[in-house]
Every structure is written in structure tokens, then in C-alpha cells.
Write a protein that binds this ligand. Structure first.
Ligand code: ADP
Ligand code: MG
Length: 163
């Protein structure tokens, strides 16, 4: 009797947790502040855009990618005509790699970044305000949950993610 009542309460609690999880959908995404932006000292201004949008920076480090590391990261684009230009650019100067966390973080980050080509980016987006060209477009952001998980694991260990 007592156990049954307990189970009932427990079941209700679980259902409430599931509903909350569905509505919250807290995600993590991999972001990179690219060399054109680190060179122009824009890290703080770009981070302010993320934070204003409700994204939390739960991991961050400044690194200098080797060409091989940039090529591995952008492997998906290896057959595109801009692959050489893109990977040499990414390995040309330091980048800031970071993990952003928040409700719908993957899509929200893409929204804050703006379109790949700054000429097509909406007002107020990072690329509209800061990007120099379609190649030197200031930021990278993961495009889906699977790529976000892979890209986060490429740069960070679990111990480095502090939510
Ligand atoms: P996004 O970064 O918006 O997800 P893509 O995944 O299509 O864009 O491309 C990866 C990166 O390759 C872009 O951010 C940009 O730096 C570079 N890039 C994409 N298209 C071009 C292009 N036409 N010419 C030069 N560089 C490009
Ligand atoms: Mg992409």
C-alpha cells in the first residue's frame, strides 16, 4: 500500500521530468572564433553576442591549429573547391574553440552567427557585423546534434566542460 503510493508519486515525478526535458531541450554546440576575428581582437565582442542570446560558454580555449588538424576538422568539405583556402586560413593564426550551452543551442547559435556569406546575413548577426568575406566569416558553429557531439569531442574532454 505504502510502496504503491510511493511508486505512484515516483511515476508522476518521472513524467514531469520528461515533460520538462522536452520543453527545455538544453543542448551543447561547438563554436570557433576564426582567425580573422581573433586577429582583429573581436573575441569579447563575439562572446557578448552569444551571452546576450542566452548561450553560456561552458568551455573555451585559444589554440593554434596545425594544417592537419584543420583538415581533419573540415574533412566533410574535402571535395569542395574552397577546402585548401579554408583549411590554410584556419591554420594561419590562433582560434578560440568553445562549447556553448543553452535551450536549442545549436539552432540558436546558427541564428546569432548569421548566413555563411555575410552579404546574406541578417542585421545584428555576428557575420553581418564582423565577417570579412564568405571565407573569412569570423565564426564556426555545429549544424546538427550529431556533428555538435563529434566536434565537441574533437577539442574537449568531459573534464573541460563546466556547465
Ligand atoms: P557554415 O560555416 O555556415 O556552416 P559551410 O559549412 O557551408 O558554412 O562552410 C564551412 C566554411 O567554409 C564557411 O564557414 C566558410 O568559412 C567556408 N566557405 C564556405 N563557402 C565558401 C566559398 N564559397 N568560398 C570560400 N569559403 C567558403
Ligand atoms: Mg558548416
Amino acid at each position: 500500500m505504502v510502496a504503491g503510493a510511493g511508486n505512484y508519486r515516483c511515476g508522476q515525478g518521472l513524467a514531469a521530468e520528461r515533460i520538462k526535458a522536452r520543453h527545455m531541450a538544453i543542448e551543447r554546440t561547438l563554436s570557433i572564433i576564426k582567425p580573422d576575428a581573433t586577429r582583429r581582437n573581436l573575441t569579447g565582442k563575439i562572446n557578448a553576442k552569444f551571452e546576450e542570446a542566452g548561450l553560456r560558454i561552458v568551455a573555451q580555449k585559444r589554440i593554434f591549429l596545425s594544417l592537419a588538424q584543420a583538415q581533419k576538422f573540415y574533412e566533410v568539405h574535402k571535395d569542395r573547391p574552397f577546402f585548401g583556402e579554408l583549411t590554410e586560413f584556419m591554420a594561419s593564426e590562433p582560434v578560440v574553440v568553445q562549447v556553448l550551452e543553452g535551450e536549442g543551442a545549436i539552432a540558436k547559435n546558427r541564428e546569432v552567427m548569421g548566413a555563411t556569406n555575410p552579404a546574406n546575413a541578417d542585421d545584428g548577426t555576428i557575420r553581418k557585423e564582423f565577417a570579412l568575406s564568405v571565407g573569412e566569416n569570423s565564426v564556426h558553429g555545429s549544424d546538427a546534434p550529431e556533428t555538435a557531439a563529434e566536434e565537441i569531442a574533437y577539442f574537449f574532454s568531459g573534464l573541460e566542460l563546466v556547465g
